[in-house]
Design a protein around this ligand. Structure first.
Ligand code: ZN
Length: 246
């Protein structure tokens, strides 16, 4: 069933903003708060948020089951996410929920489980640098309203090789000042669900205040929302019922 407004749950580890003053300075309401503010302003979404330190990380069964698209940001504490919660989110993706995996959540349990690979990448520490993000799928709904490229002046380097299964679509690649490149916007299907990886967004850089980054996140949430019933088997039942009647 298609829900309008789209029911969004933004999940954030949420520890940097509590413990690191430089992260709190950039995201006073947390990364989840910055993203929620944008989606609420854009309209068409009902937005909930959860953080690691909430009971069940804020991802109780009813929350997960009532979510059309989940956003996931994590960094240092992936291992503290309960396997039971990961399994719940995983099942919900297979049943049709969209999942938007952000930045350092490439190492999250849920992303690795959905990909089945290490999701490892090259990385350069503590060095903010200019990145150019090039659109590689013009016309894709996720890059609607985005020019052929945009520039973020402060980003952390993530470089190839990125150990992911070949994406269905690669809609963005990044080129860093050190010469490295990185597939920075990718999509996959898992079961009935759509999975998106979008690289920008280090906790101490203002990437989630950038208009292009926010537009892509908003577009990706709309694109990943379920558009068909989660259990295709019901069609089979209906057809069998129809045949039985004849
Ligand atoms: Zn980072």
């Amino acid at each position: 069933m298609i829900h309008n407004p789209i029911r969004v749950t933004i999940w954030n580890e949420g520890r940097h903003e509590k413990r690191k003053p430089e992260a709190a300075a950039v995201y006073p309401k947390g990364i989840h708060g910055a993203l929620a503010d944008h989606l609420n302003k854009a309209g068409g979404f009902t937005v909930r948020t959860g953080v690691l330190d909430d009971p069940q990380h804020g991802l109780q069964a009813d929350v997960v089951n009532d979510t059309d698209v989940m956003l996931w940001w994590g960094h240092l504490h992936h291992k503290e996410v309960a396997d039971e919660v990961v399994d719940r989110v995983h099942q919900r993706v297979l049943d049709g929920m969209g999942l938007l995996v952000l930045h350092s959540a490439h190492f999250s349990k849920i992303f690795k489980k959905l990909m089945g690979t290490t999701c490892d990448l090259k990385w350069r520490e503590d060095k903010d640098e200019r990145v150019i993000l090039w659109v590689t799928r013009p016309g894709h709904p996720i890059v609607e309203g985005i020019d052929d490229h945009f520039i973020l002046p402060h980003e952390e380097m993530y470089g190839e090789y990125f150990d992911i299964p070949e994406p269905q679509t690669t809609f963005l690649i990044s080129s860093f000042s050190g010469g490295e490149v990185f597939r920075s916007g990718c999509t996959w299907s898992r079961g009935a669900g759509r999975v998106v990886y979008f690289r920008p967004g280090h906790e101490t850089f203002p990437s989630y205040h950038d208009k292009n980054v926010l537009r892509i996140i908003e577009n990706a949430v709309r694109w990943a929302a379920p558009t068909r019933p989660p259990k295709p088997v019901e069609f089979g039942k209906r057809v069998r019922g129809w045949i039985d009647q004849k």
